[in-house]
Design a protein around this ligand. Structure first.
Ligand code: SF4
Ligand code: SF4
Length: 356
């Protein structure tokens, strides 16, 4: 077992109510003594640099816990090679907290939808989050990236939202479409139009700056079969003290304890895992190892026979939240991916820069 990240799911609670969020909210929070046990146990398995990732719900609701965990890790051997990251809506970050993130060189994945924020995330939050992000961007020791999600009701705002983020000076923007929404033909047409507009915005930006700030359109997407790394080089500790291959598995299974897949993907309680990890780990890992594009199928057709397989990435948890079985890709995700791949290829081809 070699871990490049350990995710600590701090809480089931969130102060936002995003319309596309597939997490079931709850009251459970993680606690410092369980987290310390997890860090002590797993640190010999860290492959450095290793990331401690704070996740929720909204992790900043458990701010004291974050500061205590950071202090604890700083007291450990090879602390300098342990990095911190956090996924947050940023609504609870004030100057003091931002300074803490900066002093500890956090990577911050900001959940922010630009102009769509008011519709799909939290009404009234746009200007406050925008100001907070501008403050964060003043701290070069915080590495920032943005993740935006669009739904049929906001897809017409995609290009303008990304433009707004670029103008805010964000350098690493990733967007996705909610796969749990129902996408009608008219919505998909709008998606095409938005990708055309975005291609023009990004081409202008590239000509001026020599750089593409939107990850979905960047060159250098390596050819090769996409593999879900859950359980292989990452694990997650849930607020109920269980170990999972990736935090998203807990999101999916926490209210599906009778699901036949539960026992395939849960490594069990931390305390039991610590006694004899060699018992559950290889058997459960074998199930995770099946989660790779060349083993997936879409409407009964194997993905390995698809011309796009070397550029296609499907998160298996996104797929099952959309109603598929493990190992299946629902048509909506396939269609969204194919559309994005097509536009990226045309975009990069037009700029003469690159591999698809
Ligand atoms: S593909 Fe999805 S489930 Fe697998 S590691 Fe990535 S985020 Fe987690
Ligand atoms: S584009 Fe569709 S069929 Fe092709 S690899 Fe991706 S999910 Fe499978």
């Amino acid at each position: 077992m070699k871990l490049s990240s350990l995710t600590l799911i701090l809480t089931e609670q969130c102060n936002f109510n995003c319309s596309y969020c597939y997490q079931a909210k709850g009251e459970k929070n993680n606690d410092l003594s369980t987290i310390k046990k997890a860090i002590d146990f797993f640190s010999p398995y860290f492959s450095f640099p290793c990331y401690i990732n704070f996740y929720g719900g909204e992790p900043t609701l458990e701010w004291d816990l974050i500061t205590k965990v950071v202090e604890y890790i700083k007291s450990k051997d090879r602390a300098k090679e342990i990095k911190f990251s956090m996924t947050s809506n940023c609504s609870l970050l004030d100057q003091k907290r931002i300074e803490f993130l900066s002093n500890n060189h956090f990577t911050l994945l900001i959940s922010f939808d630009g102009l769509a924020q008011e519709i799909s995330r939290e009404k009234g939050s746009l200007s406050k989050i925008e100001m907070t992000i501008m403050d964060i961007l003043d701290y070069p020791d915080i590495h920032t990236a943005v993740n935006s999600i669009f739904i049929p009701e906001t897809i017409h705002l995609l290009s303008a939202s990304i433009k707004m983020m670029i103008e805010m000076n964000m350098k690493e923007i990733n967007f996705g479409l909610s796969s749990i929404s129902t996408w009608e033909e008219a919505d998909m047409e709008r998606f095409h139009m938005e990708l055309e507009k975005l291609s023009i915005i990004l081409a202008d930006y590239y000509k001026e700056n020599g750089f593409i700030p939107v990850v979905n359109f960047q060159q250098g997407h390596k050819k090769g079969t996409f593999v879900c790394h859950a359980g292989r080089n990452r694990l997650a500790l849930s607020p109920d003290g269980q170990i999972w291959g990736c935090y998203l598995f807990w999101d999916y299974f926490k209210n599906r304890k009778n699901h036949p897949g539960y026992g395939n993907y849960c490594f069990g309680k931390l305390e039991e895992f610590m006694v004899s990890p060699e018992e559950p780990y290889p058997g459960i890992l074998a199930h995770y190892s099946d989660l790779r594009m060349d083993y997936f199928c879409m409407q009964g057709k194997p993905c390995f026979s698809c011309n796009d397989i070397e550029h296609c990435m499907v998160c298996p948890i996104d797929a099952v939240f959309s109603g598929a079985q493990f190992g299946e890709v629902p048509p909506v995700i396939c269609r969204i991916n194919k559309t994005l791949m097509k536009y990226r290829k045309i975009f990069l081809g037009n700029l003469g820069i690159g591999n698809h």
